[in-house]
Design a protein around this ligand. Structure first.
Ligand code: HEM
Length: 526
């Protein structure tokens, strides 16, 4: 039985449609004169019997599907992942454990806040999603180009995103009205690490080829014997990291990043990334005080050095943007045995959210579309039937788990229950409140990673963006937070904004945050 028998697969290497064909209605009936609508006499009204006209108009009326609620602007390409350093002792996943393994992959890059027509060169984090078509099923890595994120409590995600979108009354973006943008930051200081990345040099990448991808979240590698470790994944550009100066961004064309990728691949200059990982056992994480479930923090690379795993190459442009990029659907829960999610609350929520949005955006049977269909060497047998566009509906098979005509049931190589270390309470507990620790890593980033020029530009960019806020109180508290990260930085922003000295410099304990605990104000909670 061929793999293609039950789910459609497509060879993206060739435009299978070719260039020629006979013009016909969707039912296949030929249409001799596509530009001649049927009418009653020379000046008469049109005829409802003109199936061709009715079809072209009504199909056109339905051409748009909802754009992604975040990450709407993007582009991508196809390629493959090649394993270079097999780790069978760490994961049962064949793609990472069997020497010489490779698999086809599709990658989509994106900005976060803007609409589908917004500029590529916006100051924003970038999405970096990879769909691995492995012989054990699809695995999606839905990463960003920064190693941390704005939140560690998923309940904040929708409201946070609202502050990155248009104002509900004026419909202006935060570039013209940054009131809500800075109010959010002033009330949620754990986001300051990601805000530092956002306003720092990496806030606008030169292009997608010159940027990194990070899992941000902790995942788990689980070996066939059930032993498991926490991992963070890094996808590091072999082209190096290059960023765009805001002056150049102001002049760049709105589709500059998607065209850069397209043109590079057309020229045969295939971008490549090294796939690496950091690894920590539960004991090592405990001993190092590692916040494995806190997405606002990174793991120390000296204590947990990067380990090589494989290489990702993009070498093939899409033949059709809508079919292969707009309809591609990535989900952090699309995983294969050997890679498990950690208990990071934001990741746990994402395990729900993406399939949910795909069912709304693309339709309940979206995994039957060629770009999303798994390419496994066995026919897929389950009881997901019917619904819109069920063109693979599993024929005469029973509608339940029947003993008369049963599917083959293959166990996972390990007992999933035994990989859930956190149930015993061994993992570092998750802090939902704010402490001075929240400022340590952004301080390191500002002081030790950024160059003098980066620091100057970051301060300039923050001050400039803050000038469009209509709420001085939010700005005062936001500047206060930058000051808690680094006094000189806060003072410099305050000077640019002409804030009165002393009026805004408060210790963390004196600040309050709507919806979040301030642990510095409540010593018992510390
Ligand atoms: C896209 C939800 C956090 C990376 C999306 C989409 C939703 C979503 C609904 C649109 C998907 C689609 O329409 O196909 C959430 C929620 C989050 C969260 C609820 C937190 C609670 C994150 C984080 C990262 C991330 C932490 C990165 C580490 C992405 C990427 C895309 C995306 C890369 C674009 C996927 C594509 O290219 O199609 N997210 N997100 N998200 N998200 Fe998240």
């Amino acid at each position: 039985m061929s793999p293609a028998q039950h789910l459609p697969t497509q060879d993206f290497a060739a435009d299978s449609w070719g260039k020629s064909g006979v013009y016909a209605n969707a039912n296949g009936a030929v249409v001799a004169h596509p530009y001649e609508s049927q009418r009653v006499g020379e000046n008469g009204p049109l005829l409802l019997q003109d199936t061709h006209l009715v079809e072209v108009l009504s199909h056109f009326d339905r051409e748009r599907i909802p754009e992604r609620v975040v990450h709407a602007k993007g582009g991508g390409a196809h390629g493959h992942f090649k394993l270079t350093h097999p780790i069978p002792e760490l994961t049962s996943a064949k793609i990472f454990s069997t020497p010489g393994t490779s698999c086809p992959a599709t990658v989509r890059f994106s900005t976060v806040g803007g609409e589908s027509g917004s500029p590529d060169q916006a100051r924003d984090p970038r999405g970096f999603s990879i769909k691995f078509r492995t012989e054990e099923g699809n695995m999606d890595w839905v990463f960003n180009n920064t190693p941390v994120f704005f939140i560690r409590d998923p309940a904040k995600f929708p409201t946070f995103i609202h502050t990155q979108k248009r104002n509900p009354q004026t419909h202006a973006t935060h570039a013209d009205d940054s009131t809500d943008f800075w109010n959010y930051m002033s009330q949620n200081p754990e986001s300051v690490h990601q805000f530092m990345y956002l306003f720092g040099p990496r806030g606008i990448p030169q292009d997608w080829r010159h940027m990194q991808g990070y899992s941000g979240h902790t995942f788990k590698f689980v070996a066939a014997n059930g032993s498991w470790n926490y991992v963070q994944i890094h996808v590091l550009s072999q082209q190096g990291v290059k960023n765009m100066h805001p002056d150049d961004a102001a002049k760049a064309s709105p589709d500059c990043h998607q065209l850069d990728l397209f043109n590079s691949i057309e020229k045969g200059e295939y971008p490549k990334w090294d796939v690496k990982y950091q690894i920590a056992s539960q004991q090592e994480a405990d001993a190092a005080g590692l916040d494995v479930f806190d997405l606002t923090r990174t793991w120390d690379r000296k204590k947990f050095p990067l380990q090589p795993l494989g290489e990702l190459e993009l070498n093939q442009n899409v033949a059709n943007y809508f079919a292969e990029i707009e309809q591609v659907a990535f989900a952090p829960s699309t995983l294969i045995p050997g890679i498990e999610p950690s208990a990071d609350p934001v990741l746990q929520s994402r395990l729900f959210s993406y399939h949910d949005t795909h069912r709304h955006r693309v339709g309940v049977n979206y995994q039957q579309l060629p770009v999303n269909a798994p390419q496994v060497p066995y026919p897929i047998y389950n009881f997901q039937r019917d619904g819109q566009m069920a063109f693979v509906n599993q024929g005469t098979r029973p509608t339940h788990l029947s003993s008369i005509q049963p599917p083959t049931l293959k166990p996972r190589p390990y007992d999933l229950g035994k990989t859930a270390g956190y149930v015993d309470g061994h993992a570092i507990s998750f802090l939902s409140g704010v402490t001075m620790r929240d400022f340590e890593q952004p301080r390191e980033l500002f002081r030790r990673v950024f160059s003098e020029e980066d620091r100057k530009l970051t301060i300039e960019q923050i001050s400039g963006h803050m000038t469009t806020s209509r709420d001085p109180k939010s700005i005062a508290q936001a500047v206060n937070i930058w000051w808690l990260v680094d006094n000189d930085m806060g003072n410099a922003i305050a000077k640019n904004l002409k804030l009165e000295a002393g009026s805004w410099q408060k210790p963390l304990a004196e600040l309050s945050f709507i919806g979040s605990h301030n642990f510095a104000a409540n010593k018992e909670a510390l």
